[in-house]
Design a protein around this ligand. Structure first.
Ligand code: FES
Ligand SMILES: [Fe+2]
Length: 449
């Protein structure tokens, strides 16, 4: 198992060793000291709108279930029977009624996880089994909290409050919800799930990597640009969805004019580069609704935020202007499950939902040409880093020329690799915090399993 000293040698400010993407023992440390020690996104409250509705998920390596109780509260529990360990919810989502019943020997539990009944009361006299002992109940996550309907849980009682963890990256949820005339979104209950054959860090780096689109997505971008031009010549204008693809063919200079903003804890923002504020009749009607709800000044403030997407390290990419969210659930050093979610703006016209749906299908879904290009790169990087020919991954681009103010690092060039440097800075902080004696003393008790 690598020591802190080894990790310092493996992760340097300008380069990292290939092993941090491939080594199983490092992956185990990441799960324990990052994913199982911080706030992890569970889902949106509308996924469990009714009592008994549940959604399963993983936090690090731990199988969990998010459930709505009869009193309306949302709980996040280990998805494991305290009797002999059987998973209580076998489906990704559903409604479990007024409680959980184990399919093996019928122990049952309230929706907050407390044991409800153990069948055949006789037979346990004189043993250590005590139904009042928390060990007879489903174990809850140490912390559960939400921000604007987005639910998070932490397996550690020692992480900072959710809002402190999110920091400035909370704009992801403000930007998404403020675009609704009702200030809220609701989930579209179709989630695409893709298993990426690559380490989770490739996805996180790639989200703010403005150096790759004009190369990786060139064929798609150039083709879309040609068709867009023809449609415009013929009809006077082209639908916005051509633009979603054609901007990927922007030049390096154009990408350099886009800025990344890099927050503490590895979070960050890629500023807007697509024109996402058209002036067609549907868009004008939508903006009128926002003005009625918020007034002209706040509507302008909300619609002029410069965001393409927001990254919440180490697992979320939120495309707030188009109401989309991608969440990583790492499976192993070379396998990562990604969930691709989509939301409706409550109170917004159907046409605005359809406009965002085009982007979901054209850029983020498993069927898109854009996503496929990225997936292949990450898988090929995973294979490449297993080679011994060169041990280092380079993050040197524009090092030393970025500006920092109040802990936030601003790229002077959009293609700066400051994004990766900032993420690995957070990575080291998580790993170091885990290695300090104070943290060790405060380490949460092992899950009650
Ligand atoms: S394993 Fe759940 S009741 Fe026995
Ligand atoms: Fe890409």
């Amino acid at each position: 198992m690598p020591s802190t000293l080894d990790l310092d040698q493996l992760v340097q400010p300008d380069r990292v060793h290939r092993k941090v993407y491939t080594e199983p023992s490092i992956f185990e440390l990441e799960m324990e000291h990052i994913f199982e020690a911080t706030w992890v996104y569970c889902g949106h409250a509308s996924q469990v709108a009714l009592p008994g509705q549940f959604q399963t998920l993983t936090i690090g390596r731990q199988p969990m279930v998010m459930v709505r109780a009869l009193d309306g509260r949302i709980h996040v529990l280990y998805n494991r029977c305290p009797h002999r360990g059987v998973q209580l919810c076998g489906s990704p989502r559903g409604n479990t009624g007024s409680g959980f019943v184990c399919p093996y020997h019928a122990w049952s539990f309230h929706l907050d996880g407390r044991v409800r009944a153990i069948p055949l009361k006789q037979g346990y006299e004189g043993t250590r089994l005590n139904p009042n002992d928390p060990q007879c109940s489903m174990t809850p996550a140490a912390r559960v909290d939400s921000y604007r309907g987005f639910v998070f849980a932490s397996l550690s009682p020692h992480c900072p409050p959710l809002l402190e963890f999110l920091g400035d990256a909370r704009v992801a949820f403000d930007d998404m919800c403020d675009r609704s005339p009702e200030g809220e979104v609701e989930v579209v209950p179709i989630c695409h799930r893709v298993v990426q054959q690559s380490n989770w860090k490739f996805f996180m780096e790639n989200q703010l990597d403005a150096l790759h689109p004009s190369v990786t997505h060139q064929s798609t971008g150039v083709s879309a640009r040609r068709v867009e031009k023809r449609v415009r010549e013929k009809h006077g204008e082209a639908p916005l969805h051509f633009h979603y693809l054609s901007t990927f063919a922007s030049s390096f200079d154009q990408w350099d004019s886009v800025q990344t903003v890099n927050f503490p804890r590895g979070h960050g923002v890629l500023k807007a580069y697509m024109g996402l504020r058209p002036s067609d009749p549907d868009s004008r009607a939508y903006e009128d609704l926002l003005r009625q709800a918020y007034g002209a000044d706040r509507t302008e403030e909300y619609l002029s935020r410069s965001i393409h997407h927001v990254l919440i390290y180490p697992y979320l990419s939120v495309q707030s202007p188009l109401q989309q969210l991608r969440c990583l659930r790492p499976l192993g050093p070379d396998q990562t499950l990604s969930e691709i979610w989509h939301f409706r703006l409550k109170g917004a016209p159907e046409a605005i939902y359809r406009r965002a749906m085009w982007y979901f299908n054209l850029v983020n879904s498993p069927a898109t040409m854009i996503n496929a290009d990225d997936l292949e790169n990450w898988a090929r990087a995973q294979w490449g880093l297993q080679a011994r020919g060169n041990d280092w991954v380079s993050f040197h681009r524009n090092m030393g020329s970025d500006t920092e103010s109040a802990g936030i690092v601003y790229s002077t060039k959009g293609t700066s690799e400051v994004v990766m440097r900032n993420q690995f800075k957070a990575w080291r902080e998580y790993m170091h915090a885990a290695a300090t004696p104070a943290a060790t003393a405060q380490a949460p008790a092992a899950p009650n399993r």
